[in-house]
Design a protein around this ligand. Sequence first.
Ligand code: SF4
Length: 92
Amino acid sequence: MADKKDVKKDVKKDIKKDVKKDVKKDVKKDVVSVHSEGCISCGACVAICPSVFKFNDAGKSYAENQPKDESELDCVKQAESACPVNVITVKD
Ligand code: SF4
């Protein structure tokens, strides 16, 4: 029978691994993000890249999807540059 301490250690290790994996996944996943609170609803990003940016119920932009190819990545970068209040962040 396994020692309780060993089991606890293994469980902690597994949890740490899972958390690290999830964090890495999230970092990779979120190439583009919008700090919606600062959005002034000008519509530039939604017009430039409608497949990624949408308006929420409050009329603020958010990234509904992440860019899935190079052309969408270019598109979100253009939106980042066009945003008059710089609330769009694109990670390279
Ligand atoms: S470009 Fe900026 S201010 Fe304009 S809708 Fe998009 S996030 Fe909001």
